[in-house]
Design a protein around this ligand. Sequence first.
Ligand code: TRP
Ligand code: SF4
Length: 329
Amino acid sequence: MVKKRILSGMRPTGKLHLGNLHGALNNWVELQNEGGYECFYFVADWHALTSDYKDTGLMGEYVIDMVIDWLSVGLDPSKSTLFVQSRVKEHAELFLILSMITPLPWLERNPTYKELQTEIGDKDLSTFGFLGYPVLQAADIIMYKAYGVPVGVDQLPHVELTREIARRFNYFYDEVFPVPEPLLTEVPKLLGIDGRKMSKSYNNSIYLRDRDDVLREKVGSMFTDPQRMRKSDSGRPEICNAFAFHKIYSPSDEVDEIEEGCRNAIIGCVECKKRLAGAILKGMEPIHERQDYYLNNLEKVKEFIEDGISRATEIARLTMDEVREVVKI
Ligand code: TRP
Ligand code: SF4
């Protein structure tokens, strides 16, 4: 059976948090373990450079940290190809060629372009590289002739652009690239401890590396139902972020008990969150074990990465041979 190829990437922002886990990684692991797909997952370090071009000193560390976290949540280099974008130079060549055929208005009207520009307000993002972000992403995807791209809803415009660029290339030169499908990831609604989107830049994240007291303290400070001032007030679990986490980490009979207890003012938020911290720590035990292992065996991590880079490079070379041939260059 020919397996369908899946590809996705993530910018290296350092240590990963539970938002990354439930928003993307668990899905990557599932696709890997389903067995029907050939999975390529890569560290998009050049993409990180499009916004973090000034202070790049920690990039190398971030790349390794991210791969350690990937391995710890169950990505398996014997099943998936894990690699680093900047180490497969063919991405840059394809990016260059695609940039020739991508009309500027396609990039200028890209909604994530404008959003990110406002979100990352402290950096000057009026750069050529940042505008070209989706062209580089298109190169990443079609390089491997991926059938599907698992992404969150925020990335849909990028995949749509990739489809348009692939079609345009095929139309100008020859049918080289399959037009990839976005595989939309279902994401549970989990927020940071302050009730905003979990994000490294908000300082509100629970990290995969958080252990014991650090994690207990963070969970303890989580925002809950703001109308519930004291234990005798009845609460609304449906709007409580802590409850959203309970639904993932606690056994269902306990979730029911907490829901009842909250509504009927039997259980207080302090106790509720204490139990939550315990449940999360328990759920993360296997992750923490693998993390310890890889932190103590960094050479293994590097070996896996090198191995993934060779596998990716092999395919990228073949694709670029084809591209040069049809572009006649
Ligand atoms: N832009 C993606 C993000 O920020 C990362 C990314 C880069 C990517 N290249 C990709 C995702 C190719 C999927 C496919 O999350
Ligand atoms: Fe949220 Fe639990 Fe407090 Fe209810 S008791 S508001 S679910 S933290």
